[in-house]
Design a protein around this ligand. Structure first.
Ligand code: BG6
Length: 474
């Protein structure tokens, strides 16, 4: 039997995003980001026209990480974190997005945050854009459908690399960039007008995505110039996908839908649109505007590593529509898998499958920057929370990562999604909890915000301290 283990420099940690944790939505000169106009989560794809003073917006206070990060970082340090992934809210640095000079108060906030992490030996892992584009860029420019955003984004990331290049080891561009085709507003800052044709809609999405590809390549270039010790990665939602049967049509349809995801990493990692993309665009009636030099930029500046989220797998058949699907959300039930409280199939083996799929295709180091279980937790009378289901999810996925490592996949690290309870991106709920640390807050914003260690807190601490041996039995 092959002995299973994790590499010595494996980055154990957790991942959050600015808009789901920070709050402080209008403090320190921050501008309005799309999440600040979101009620009920990003999945329904709409934001309010303006802030309604009578309404409750989960991101406005979130879990108040903006003010409480020293105590939260101390808790992460207690678990032994080697890294923490978070995002920088673009609207803290450039409140509208199109200014020439950055907002110093926003930079100072992240400086304090990263220094606090480093003080505890926790490496910052940073996403530059995590579903939180400044609203001004959406309303004035049409989001990423407009080429101007490339220039604004490049200005923003250059400021970040200059200021934080020495403190951050791993940067990523756009969170789950492939979700542009499922949730275009969150992932690509595109508001799809009511009543437009599917062709017009897909054209908007892929035009926006093209601009994001160029922006991402320019960010990789800037990172390599200005932050030479840091690595620049892509970030995709990489839920797995299986054909429901061995019927050739189902198998082929599954490959086609998988390509709707791999298209994004083929561009960002290999540096070119894959040949199948041109047929896809052609048959969908999508005519992309590609400026002179764009393809050369994309070719020249590719990702150093592949960051991805993995929660689940989905099961596909030829009868399901392909347009708009990227896997992980749509599909049919897999009778061999159980589901989370929110209906996401639990599939640890799928994670090993995906790691091998990506390693075989790209041979780039893999970083699992999101994996976790959203569940309903019960706080007992004595204040304890026995989240054995979360521990089981964690252990089973870590074992499969160790298997993938033994298969030959090169892995940078693992950041559990939501090591502290945060606002759900998809639904806006607090009830959907991922944390090892409980936060006293409910769906309507009530609660003391007090933090409590769950049973899984102590468990993850042991896993990290033993370098995985406690769950591998080695
Ligand atoms: C990923 C996102 O899609 O899934 C996170 O990058 C999100 O922002 C996570 O929170 C879990 O989804 P949800 O809807 O349960 O918060």
């Amino acid at each position: 039997m092959t002995a299973l283990s994790f590499p010595n420099d494996f980055l154990w940690g957790g991942a959050i995003a600015a808009n789901q944790a920070e709050g402080g939505w209008n403090e320190g000169g921050k501008g309005l980001s799309l999440s600040d106009l979101t009620r009920g989560g990003l999945l329904h794809g709409k934001i309010d026209a303006a802030v309604d003073p009578a309404a409750y917006y989960p991101s406005h206070q979130a879990i108040d990480f903006y003010h409480r990060y020293p105590q939260d970082i101390a808790l992460f340090a207690e678990m032994g974190f080697k890294c923490l992934r978070t995002s920088i809210a673009w609207s803290r640095i450039f409140p509208r997005g199109d200014e020439v000079e950055p907002n110093e108060a926003g930079l100072a906030f992240y400086e304090g945050l990263f220094d606090e992490m480093l003080k505890h030996g926790i490496q910052p892992v940073v996403t530059l854009s995590h579903y939180e584009t400044p609203v001004h860029l959406i309303r004035t420019y049409g989001g990423w459908t407009n080429r101007k955003l490339i220039e604004f984004f490049e200005r923003y990331v250059r400021v970040i690399f200059k200021r934080f290049g020495g403190k951050v080891g791993h940067f990523m561009g756009f969170n789950e960039i492939n979700m542009a085709s499922v949730i275009p507003l969150a992932a690509a800052a595109v508001e799809i007008p009511e009543g437009i044709s599917e062709t017009a809609k897909q054209t908007m999405i892929f035009q926006a995505t093209h601009h994001m590809f160029v922006a991402s390549a320019l960010a990789a270039k800037a990172c390599h110039e200005l932050a030479p010790t840091a690595k620049f990665g892509c970030m995709l939602q990489m839920g797995g996908i299986y054909p429901a049967t061995c019927k050739p049509e189902d198998v082929f349809a599954t490959m086609q839908v998988r390509r709707r995801t791999l298209l994004y990493s083929d561009v960002l990692v290999r540096g070119a649109y894959p040949n199948y993309a041109w047929r896809l665009f052609d048959e969908a009636g999508i005519k992309l505007e590609i400026a002179d030099g764009d393809l050369e930029i994309i070719k020249a500046h590719t990702a150093d590593f592949f960051g991805f989220s993995y929660y689940s797998t989905t099961t596909f058949t030829a009868d399901l529509p392909v347009m708009g699907h990227t896997g992980g959300i749509d599909g049919i039930d897999n009778p061999y898998l159980t589901k989370s409280d929110w209906g996401w199939a639990i599939d640890p083996k799928g994670l090993r499958y995906v790691c091998n799929e990506l390693w075989d295709r790209y041979q780039k180091p893999l970083f699992i920057v999101e994996n976790g279980l959203g569940a309903v937790d019960v706080v007992k009378e004595d204040g304890t929370i026995e989240d054995d289901y979360r521990i089981a999810y964690l252990d089973s996925h870590l074992r499969e990562i160790a298997e993938a490592i033994a298969d030959g996949c090169q892995m940078i690290g693992y950041t559990w999604w939501g090591p502290i309870d945060i606002v759900s991106a998809g639904t806006g709920e607090m009830k959907k909890r991922y944390g090892f640390i409980h936060v006293d807050r409910d769906n309507d914003g009530n609660g003391t915000l007090v933090r409590r260690r769950k049973k899984s807190f102590h468990h993850y601490k042991d896993v990290i301290a033993s370098h995985g041996a406690s769950i591998l039995g080695s």
